[in-house]
Write a protein that binds this ligand. Structure first.
Ligand SMILES: Cc1cc2nc3c(=O)[nH]c(=O)nc-3n(C[C@H](O)[C@H](O)[C@H](O)COP(=O)(O)OP(=O)(O)OC[C@H]3O[C@@H](n4cnc5c(N)ncnc54)[C@H](O)[C@@H]3O)c2cc1C
Length: 478
């Protein structure tokens, strides 16, 4: 089967990879001149990589880890010590660690929490643990039901102390979904916590050893092309053309070449949108807009986020790990000169930082964003950035993503569409689609895999559903 895929992020690439494995011929088209979507990166004039954002892989990402094994690139994941490290706002320049010992879950997490005396009192720890009991006993079903509450509401309902929120959950919410606990659906952090408590290495973090397009997307392209598939850049999907019965007749792309934009029609046996939800909504054919399955997409939209990379003239830290800033503007960050082999520098730091929530900042100038970031960094690194001889920034870059992963506010789970659509030859992939790993790389990869499985199994069109239901083929591949 020949399958046309629009979108060259991890979901589209994973879909193409798994279609090849099933003996089909995928033809993938990406709008930009770089693959990876939200993990895209490009080189600046000096040859330094600029990334869309800091990306952490987790032990709790089974499909991602399997994909790395299948591509023969597992050695490109640089696993860090099993720990979560937080800045301490009341003690500038210091860190508080949750170190997970090498014992089975959930005991490793419990020991880590009990041993940490910086962040929570014993009474707070006990109440927090009690609050988590329903999630641990009733599992994912309970976690999904909590989508009706924001995290803050959920914490209050469980009687969990406000300090647990300020100490831990503001940082966790910002890192997981780029919004604060009063906005984020309780389902998101509870999903992550549940996996971390159930899987010994679930919260273990790894960094890719270089820029994702080169170190992850390119091996996928090589794999696809070696098996008869195709990957094309600079091809923007412009129109989904329909047959009279509402099925897809073809994808119309705009091909960018020296003549400008040239239309290009592609026909195939099946079609996949691996676009993020916002551009897909724009491209939906008028005939599909009244179908409830597609109407639900209007309830989803991408959340803004900003990434910064700052190259310093000296070392600010030797920590080889992700750091939760616990500051108002910044979220998670890392010194990539320590964490990532390709960016290694024993003399000088390169900080990569996520700024979130970014709604108020996305329209502001890069200079304003840098200046606000530096004010917060002075509290994180007072010994290097304050005083008579502060570290100097050699180079900096701000990358704005006005619409990134879907905004995971309460009530969104029900609107996330299945990969199988009511249109017999049209499928969806993307981290916003329904899968149990939220808006993550693992979610994107799994969605692509499920879309490929659905196509391979020749899932027939469902009757136009009034609400979406999970695909029936999922259990085997989780
Ligand atoms: C700053 C940041 C940090 C993150 N950190 C983490 C992390 O630490 N861990 C984690 O697991 N996840 C993280 N994520 C989330 C993760 O990056 C995403 O969930 C995942 O990469 C989404 O992949 P996707 O393929 O579903 O969508 P996308 O990456 O959005 O891919 C969609 C693709 O479609 C293309 N496209 C759009 N319109 C068209 C068109 N008309 N025609 C053709 N192509 C088109 C886009 O250019 C893009 O390449 C982070 C995201 C950001 C932004």
């Amino acid at each position: 089967m020949r399958v046309a895929i629009a979108g060259g992020g991890l979901a589209g690439l994973a879909c193409a990879k798994y279609l090849c494995d099933a003996g089909h011929q995928p033809i993938l088209f990406e709008r930009r001149d770089v693959l990876g979507g939200l993990v895209a990166a490009w080189k600046d004039a000096d040859g330094d990589w600029v990334e869309t954002g800091l990306h952490n892989f987790f032990g709790a990402y089974p499909n991602t880890l399997q994909l790395f094994r299948e591509l023969g690139i597992s050695d490109r994941l640089q696993w860090k010590q099993h720990a979560l490290i937080f800045n301490q706002p009341d003690k500038p320049g210091t860190y508080s660690r949750f170190d997970l010992p090498d014992i089975p879950a959930p005991w490793n997490a419990i020991v880590a929490i009990l041993r940490n005396n910086d962040m929570l009192t014993w009474a707070e720890k006990v109440k927090f643990a009690m609050g988590l009991i329903p999630a641990m006993i009733r599992g994912q079903e309970y976690v999904e039901q909590m989508d009706r509450y924001s995290l803050l509401e959920w914490l209050q309902r469980q009687g969990i102390d406000e300090r647990v929120n300020t100490d831990i959950f503001i940082a966790v919410s910002k890192a997981l979904a780029f919004i604060n606990p009063d906005e984020i659906s309780a389902t998101v952090p509870l999903t992550a916590l549940n996996r971390f408590l159930q899987q010994k290495d679930g919260s273990k973090i790894a960094y890719l050893d270089g820029a994702p397009p080169e170190r992850l997307c390119q091996p996928m392209v090589d794999y696809i092309v070696a098996r008869g598939g195709e990957v094309h850049l600079n091809r923007a999907l412009q129109e989904i053309a329909l047959n009279s019965d509402g099925s897809v007749q073809g994808f119309r792309f705009a091909r960018q070449d020296s003549q400008g934009s040239v239309p290009m029609d592609i026909t195939a046996d099946a079609y996949v949108s691996a676009l993020s939800v916002d551009p897909l909504k724009e491209l939906l054919p008028a005939e599909w807009r009244g179908i409830p399955y597609f109407q639900q997409l209007q309830e989803l939209e991408g959340v803004p986020v900003i990434s910064l990379q700052l190259w310093f003239d000296r070392k600010l830290t030797e920590i080889d790990h992700s750091l939760f800033s616990r500051s108002p503007l910044l979220s998670v960050y890392a010194d990539m000169s320590n964490t990532c082999r390709a960016y290694a520098d024993p003399e000088r730091s390169m900080l990569e930082l996520v700024l979130a929530p970014a709604a108020e900042w996305i329209e502001r100038s890069d200079e304003e964003i840098l200046s606000a970031t530096l004010e917060e960094l002075k509290k994180l690194f007072p010994q290097h950035l304050c005083g008579p001889n502060p570290a100097q920034i050699r180079k900096w870059v701000v990358v704005k993503t006005p619409r990134s992963v879907y905004k995971a506010i309460p009530g969104r789970q029900q609107y996330r569409p299945t990969q199988v659509t009511p249109i017999p030859n049209f499928f969806l992939a993307g981290s916003y689609t329904r899968q149990p790993f939220l808006g993550s790389m693992e979610g994107a990869i799994l969605s692509g895999k499920w879309a490929a499985e659905a196509i391979s199994k020749g899932i027939p069109a469902t009757k136009t559903p009034t609400s979406s239901t999970p695909p029936t083929l999922t259990a085997s591949s989780v």
